[in-house]
Design a protein around this ligand. Structure first.
Ligand SMILES: [Mg+2]
Ligand SMILES: [Zn+2]
Length: 192
């Protein structure tokens, strides 16, 4: 695709914000203090900043979809106040077994399936093979690899446990391991 730009896709829970389990009320959402700097750095690098998050708590009936939207409105406000912005924000509210249709469905967008990334790529003109996904779980790496992008694992959220207990048996290792999203982004941006 000519004119397509690389993106840095960022997972939400455990990567941009503290992993606290299901964020079933907007007041429970806690953005890490370095996340605004990380996203502003993506903005300044000329890459697109796109958040991609599974929110199966909607399908499970733990909270209504509007809670996801309220959390994201709050996040966008926090970013705006810090002179940072997301170019795209995509979430999957589905689960293959839990709840009722339309939320109960074997969708193509629940990570590690690539639907959120391919949708973003079509909407925004993203060169996936020059892009990265930053996240705290294996599924974030797998979704990167599924679309030909690279995957960075952060040690926040589930990341440290993933590395310690599971990564040794993964057939492919993360393309980058970082303490947190700001370190991951700055190494991606400065390596290029
Ligand atoms: Mg996560
Ligand atoms: Zn989905």
């Amino acid at each position: 695709m000519s004119g397509a730009r690389p993106a840095i896709f960022i997972d939400r829970d455990g990567t941009i914000s503290d992993e606290i389990g299901y964020v079933n009320h907007a007041s429970r959402f806690r953005v890490f203090p370095w996340s605004v700097d990380a996203i502003r750095l993506i903005n300044k690098s000329g890459r697109l900043a796109v958040m991609v998050t599974n929110q199966a708590g909607v399908a499970r009936g733990y909270f209504p979809e509007r809670v996801v939207q309220q959390v994201h409105e709050g996040l966008l406000e926090t970013l705006r106040a810090g002179d940072a912005r997301l170019d795209g924000l995509y979430y999957c509210p589905h689960h293959p077994q839990a709840g009722e249709p339309p939320y109960r469905q074997d969708c193509d967008c629940r990570k590690p399936r690539p639907g959120l990334l391919t949708r973003a790529a079509a909407d925004l003109g993203i060169a996936l093979e020059r892009s990265w996904v930053v996240g705290d779980r294996l599924g974030d790496l797998q979704v990167a690899w599924a679309v030909g992008a690279r995957g960075a694992l952060v040690k926040t959220g589930y990341g440290r446990g993933e590395l310690r207990h599971h990564a040794p048996s993964w057939p492919r290792q993360p393309d980058l391991v970082a303490e947190h999203v700001l370190e991951a982004v700055s190494r991606i941006v400065h390596a290029a």
